[in-house]
Ligand binder design. Sequence first.
Ligand code: GDP
Length: 195
Amino acid sequence: MVIRSINLETVCGVTSTLPVNGRPEVAFAGKSNVGKSSLINALVNRKSYARTSATPGKTQTINFYNINGEMYLVDLPGYGYARVSEREKEQWGKMIERYLHGSKQLKAVFLLIDIRHEPSANDRLMYEWVVNQGFEPVIIATKLDKIKRSQIQKHVKMLREGLSLVPGTKVIPFSSVTKQGRDEIWEFIESECLE
Ligand code: GDP
């Protein structure tokens, strides 16, 4: 994908009306700190367009990035923040559910999981939840540069087993440091999600 323009077009809080977009959307979910902002920045070839975890006051919003006026990258709020209250977690869940249920243009959901570790209980819940909403999430195994090349297969197997992935589920190892995996993600979006 040649990125000609990016525009953070809509930011939705828990009570916001979600936009009705006329262009395809692909959404990214994952626990906080998994590397979601870094991935989005890598996809759009910018250093700090999407806010990273280090940004103070990062809020729980759904962010719609318009790419080239052609499609949207949708940044779902990260889960697993320790300091979030039960009420906030509930609101967060409802907001994401509303989006996954309601969007007419959502073509794919990417779930980001750190390649180094066994998936957490929250990761498993998120995966099951997305599957139960009728999507077949693509797994992006982040921070690929943190493990040895010889360990990749073993870790991918750990993710497949840890999440009980539906056979055939696509797993794309990715590093925002080396950008490995970036082209494969765009190829998937272009071939599966855009007309
Ligand atoms: P988010 O909370 O999911 O948006 O995560 P961020 O993109 O803010 O990343 C969290 C931390 O992990 C930051 O310190 C990033 O620099 C680091 N990080 C993200 N992706 C990678 C990666 O692919 N490799 C390495 N080594 N660090 C990464």
